[in-house]
Design a protein around this ligand. Sequence first.
Ligand code: ADP
Length: 542
Amino acid sequence: MKSTMMAVPLSLNHLLERAGTLFGGNEIVSRLPDKTLRRHSFAQYHRRTRSLAAALLNLGLRKGDRVATLSWNHHAHLECYFGIPAAGGVMHTLNLRLAPEEIGWIAADAKDRFLVIDDVLLPLYRQFAHLYNFERVIVFPFSGAPVPAEFDDYEALLAAADPDGFNYAPHDENDPVAMCYTSGTTGRPKGVVYSHRSTILHTLVASLGDFWGLRGTDVVMPVTPMFHANSWGMPYGAVMMGVKLVFPGSHLHPEDLLDLIQQEPPTLALGVPTIWMSLIQAYDASLSTGSPNWGRWQLPRGMKSLVGGAAVPEALIRAFDRHGIWILQGWGMTETSPVCTISYPRAELREASQDERYRRAAMAGVPVPLVDLRVQGDEGPQPWDGQSVGEIQVRGPFITGSYHEVPREAEKFTPDGWLRTGDVASVDALGFVKISDRTKDLIKSGGEWISSVDLENALMAHPAVAEAAVIAIPDPKWSERPLACVVLKPGQTASPEDLGTHLAGHHFAKWQLPDRYEFIDAVPRTSTGKFWKMKLRERFPA
Ligand code: ADP
């Protein structure tokens, strides 16, 4: 017997057409470099995106050609998300926070044919232009200034193209639509290539009620960069549901974000913990009467926020909840589209105490549908008992099975076809994953593991601590010992003894406590805004 269902391929083009047909009146708001707001309707967005696709075909784009983007979060980047695949191309988001040499290397590795770039990022382009020759460089006049004559003008190309005469490139659901490189914190960056099918499935799953819970009335502010891990896939979900979007552009300082939240209050905002930490500190500081920002902002109560990309400290979840904002934590990686788990209040937690809810919210969460997850120990898969620890391995239709033009390495994939994430975790009986570390950040002391994440979360719960990162330093007797690098809040003090006493109240065994504290000005950040422990290890080698 055969199924009678149509073999219609899953396709991003369907989402774009749907947005144009159904949601034409909804808004896409972008903050420009001069901080003014630019508004487009979804009807304009739909026409402009079709124009972009037609323009790329006019330039000779062929199926499977890579078109790189080097852009902040704004409407034109969203046009690339759908317009490049609509023309049969593959959008390759370049990470503007990487070193110029690395960007040039990645563009060469991907063999990008065209580049779409914000005019404000041309100084960065000029630093790697000698490393790789794009056939066309298309400049988006984000600042409004005229585009230098040596480049193609994005707006002029769109104006010359015919959106009505454009026809979608024929495609299969497994054809590629986008690619993104891993950050290369553990080796050379590697390309991950997403398909129509993987992207649609990921979008549908992530949008479900317990996760993003997208509704047509939502106002979504993605602070997560569109140049990394598809901004967690939110651009696709937002177009699918026609929700109002508010893009922060290049202005990511806490005061700028708070101003934007004030102007265009979101119902859902996405960001990484480091940015959310500085945001809540700036907000809380503005509430004291002596503050120059007193009364300037009001956080939207009832807003939902998705935070992930690194462990979310419980103290951060509590700090937002004090203002009526609930944080949902997600875990995933470039290789996984990226959402794999989300921590949400399961039915079993309905009667749970508030402390228990916070504790769960500070975990990585429960695997989303279509993701198989196991915790692999030395002796095989570990039981979901909340105790047994091993490497997280995942499998599913939106998880990469290889890397772009890299031979399949045993280091990244198991013989039975699971992705090795390099994250060490346990899972409890309710399916909540608790990440204790990345393999390379684990601290091994006297044959026992110490979780740096647990120590950091406990330290960040101390009222005087703004940020904390714990690293391993070599020790002749114990092999490694934890060293805590601590950033204090402005005007606050705490001694190593205070912090030791505070940690001792958090159920740590004595041997797990750091025996050294370093007070630093700031924790160095990676290109994706995470704590960069490698830099701390270099700074404190012993
Ligand atoms: P990179 O960190 O090298 O930039 P990715 O952006 O793909 O690469 O990040 C994936 C990694 O981020 C995961 O393997 C994990 O270590 C970390 N991560 C993501 N979300 C969380 C989370 N909620 N808790 C702890 N770690 C997380």
